[in-house]
Write a protein that binds this ligand. Structure first.
Ligand SMILES: Cc1cc2nc3c(=O)[nH]c(=O)nc-3n(C[C@H](O)[C@H](O)[C@H](O)COP(=O)(O)OP(=O)(O)OC[C@H]3O[C@@H](n4cnc5c(N)ncnc54)[C@H](O)[C@@H]3O)c2cc1C
Length: 376
């Protein structure tokens, strides 16, 4: 049986960065992926993902983000590919909304340069935006997006160069603790390792049954529309955004990489699902939910459809991540439940998972992400 120092199950966003970080530390590492690398059946396809520093969700994310930015620049350098694109970011909503208050709190606590603009001022500067009159925007210049599939490719290429063994189309059927190590059984073989890292995204609950209620897959749909006024939705005229509106939470990007303005709604139509049985067809109701937001807040983008794609969130009960050592098995660590906002952190999660697998701890504060918070 082939033996490794560490096996990583799932080579998507978190797994690809983890395999690289382990391999560059000189460890014998195996990354196992059930589909192709990259693929479009998990959570990481669709060209790009927003990165923003004025993190409304909780100020504890900001130190992780600072390190994530450094590591995105590092993998860009290693790969020679443009992976992190800065456009500035807008966090918008009513003045007293959790989004605006949370974003301002992170700015204040971490001394982040920002500006607060009302709806008219935002429109004057970035005419693609038409916020409702009661909304304000926190503009932060470091926001932007990360190229998602290309980052996974960059990490896997760099992992190969550092000596990692990565195997696609090799689903893991089961794993078990064996002495103080692990054994992992796939559709092709059985492998042994001293440590195991689980980065299985929407399939976390299949590999660790206790996670089934803590990392719950949810169907999402993204749209790309050709703007009626394309000059208002370019990299230099349109910052990425995250918006708390009366209809729900919307997010979007300038046109880049593929045709069209990219737009989504968090929790889309609230469809909890199973990662192996998710409805991958697109229905008229999917487009209707998205067009409602575009028409109201970005009317100049309300042109012909360029693409519609399904994707998966994996939600934890409080929508904070799960990044921890397995409670009963110190040789196993878990990164799961990224709740629709994890990609931007993949670079630093890779470093943290390598720390957990090699040292059992990390210099980063994981207090918000511990499994024990769900006890009882
Ligand atoms: C529509 C949409 C928009 C989003 N927008 C943003 C955004 O703007 N900014 C942001 O930061 N985040 C965003 N996110 C969230 C972010 O994309 C996810 O948090 C992140 O991609 C999760 O990464 P992951 O590694 O956990 O999952 P994945 O990248 O899906 O990787 C998990 C991998 O594990 C593999 N796997 C699972 N089980 C097995 C097995 N048994 N054997 C072998 N392999 C296995 C899967 O095939 C998969 O490749 C968005 C998500 C979606 C769906």
């Amino acid at each position: 049986m082939t033996r490794y120092d560490v096996i990583v199950i799932g080579v998507g966003a978190m797994g690809s960065a983890t395999v690289y970080q382990l391999a560059r530390r000189g460890l014998r590492v195996l990354g196992l992926e059930q589909f192709d690398i990259p693929h479009d059946r998990g959570s990481s396809h669709g060209t790009n993902r927003i990165i923003r520093l004025a993190y409304w969700e909780h100020p504890s994310y900001v130190p992780l983000l600072r390190r994530a930015y450094e590591l995105w620049r590092e993998i860009e350098h290693v790969s020679g590919d443009r992976l992190l694109v800065i456009t500035g970011s807008v966090d918008a909503g009513p003045e007293e909304s959790p989004t605006v208050r949370g974003s301002l709190r992170s700015c204040a606590l971490h001394h982040l340069y920002h500006e607060t603009l009302d709806a008219d001022a935002l429109h004057a500067r970035y005419p693609g935006y038409r916020l409702a009159p009661e909304m304000v925007a926190v503009y932060q210049p470091d926001g932007g997006f990360v190229m998602s599939e290309r980052s996974i490719v960059a990490y896997v290429n760099a992992a190969h160069d550092a000596g990692a063994d990565v195997r696609a189309r090799e689903p893991v059927l089961g794993w078990e603790a064996h002495g103080d190590g692990v054994r992992v059984r796939t559709a092709r073989d059985t492998y042994a390792a001293s440590k195991l890292v689980l980065t299985a995204g929407a399939w976390a609950g299949t590999l660790v049954p206790d996670l089934a209620r803590l990392a719950v897959p949810e169907r999402q749909v993204l749209i790309w529309t050709q703007p009626r006024r394309p000059e208002r939705f370019r990299l230099d005229t349109f910052p990425v955004f995250n918006m708390e509106a009366a209809e729900g939470r919307f997010y979007g990007f300038p046109a880049y990489g593929v045709p069209g303005f990219k737009f989504g709604k968090y929790h889309h139509r609230g469809e909890v699902t199973d990662a192996d049985r998710v409805d991958r067809e697109i229905h008229p109701e999917d487009e209707a939910v998205l067009r409602e937001g575009i028409r109201r807040y970005f009317p100049d983008a309300d042109g012909p459809t360029m693409a519609l794609k399904p994707c998966l969130f994996t939600n934890s009960p409080d929508e904070h991540f799960i990044v921890d050592v397995h409670p009963g098995l110190p040789q196993v660590s878990i990164a799961a439940g990224f709740s629709g906002h994890g990609f931007k952190f993949a670079s630093v999660v890779g470093e943290i998972m390598a720390d957990l697998a090699t040292a059992g701890g990390t210099r980063f504060d994981l207090g918000l992400f511990r499994l024990a918070r769900f006890n009882g």
